[in-house]
Design a protein around this ligand. Structure first.
Ligand code: GYE
Length: 324
């Protein structure tokens, strides 16, 4: 936008100097097309296979669209994201997009972007702001539904069981997918035969999942099921279960969310029992939304990603074509 204004101002000066306007409305402006846009994106970090695939998707899509993308990695810290957003405001980018590491605490900085007239697009994760004029759109998954899908599978899988001990590896504390995947699961797993004996964050990382699972195994003599909020923590839990001399997928069943390649490989190998898909391929849709909001068009406030689920047989069939 700033660039367009700049180009218009230069055009006006030229007209003033030469005393005549040449060409149509586009002449001399360099187009006013998408190649003029500058988008600032603040990513959560690189905590999981999902995140890596998401970063590749976003960078690839903006490159393919020939739109300049300023990219910063917040290394899992909200304060870094706030700094990045402020710097994008200062640089006068046309659109700011970000994936909020946690849900709360964004109103001030989003208010600053709004005051500067820069549209904001939430990608992947949402904020809990009550004022939804602080952003144009939220593109991402329905995390509650994902938790519910995991819960539905658990109900079927343990239909004949009478006493099921469950442990939960939660995502990053305060993150939308951690809050919502916990909630969705509990919406469905309501039968009193299920006992969630332990729940703790593994920060969406493989190392975190392994460490927390080791502690769970020490403290709990009987565990029937691990519900991990992402594949990476599930993969860490597999390592801890095997190190304890137990067989993942058999002695202890595992359900996770994401369906990245490593998760799908473990599912096909029988070490995970079920995965709820969460697609990281948000790049093309984000480009589309960024172009529209930069042009002042209204977009849907909520754009939900389409996703499926995989059992072990379906993982075997899907793996050869899995892109991430
Ligand atoms: O499930 C997890 C990642 O926000 C949906 O973040 C994303 C989650 C994803 O670290 O693997």
């Amino acid at each position: 936008m700033k660039k367009l204004i700049g180009a218009a101002a230069v055009g006006a000066m030229l007209i003033a100097l030469t005393g005549c306007a040449t060409g149509g409305p586009d002449a001399g402006s360099g187009g006013g097309g998408t190649d003029d846009l500058i988008v600032g994106f603040s990513q959560v970090g690189a905590e999981s296979g999902w995140r890596t695939a998401n970063t590749i998707s976003i960078q690839g899509s903006f490159k393919a669209a020939d739109i300049e993308l300023k990219f910063s990695d917040a290394q899992g810290k909200q304060e870094n994201q706030i700094k990045a957003i402020r710097s994008y405001i200062q640089q006068g980018v046309d659109v700011i997009a970000f994936s909020p590491v946690v849900e709360s605490g964004w109103d001030t900085v989003l208010g600053e972007a709004k005051a500067a007239g820069i549209p904001v697009v939430l990608t992947d994760r949402s904020v809990d702001s009550t004022d939804d004029t602080l952003y144009e759109s939220f593109l991402g998954s329905d995390f509650i539904l994902e938790g519910e899908k995991a819960g539905d599978w658990v109900n079927t899988e343990f239909a004949d069981a009478t006493d099921v001990k469950v442990v939960e590896l939660q995502g990053t504390t305060g993150a939308a997918p951690a809050n919502d995947r916990a909630e969705g699961f509990r919406n469905k797993v309501t039968d009193p035969k299920f006992d969630i004996v332990a729940t703790q964050t593994g920060d969406f990382t493989r190392a975190g999942g392994k460490q927390v699972m080791e502690a769970f195994l020490k403290a709990n003599p009987k565990i029937d099921l691990v519900y991990a909020h992402n594949d990476d923590m599930g993969l860490g839990a597999i390592e801890a279960i095997e190190a304890a001399g137990l067989v993942p997928g058999k002695d202890i069943k595992i359900v996770t969310v994401d369906a990245v390649k490593d998760g799908m490989t473990a599912l096909a190998a029988g070490k995970i029992n079920f995965i709820v898909e969460c697609s990281p391929l948000l790049g093309d849709q984000l480009v589309d939304i960024a172009k529209k909001v930069a042009a002042g068009e209204t977009v849907e406030k909520r754009i939900v990603t389409e996703e499926t689920t995989f059992d072990q047989e379906q993982a075997k069939a899907a793996l050869p074509d899995r892109k991430y």
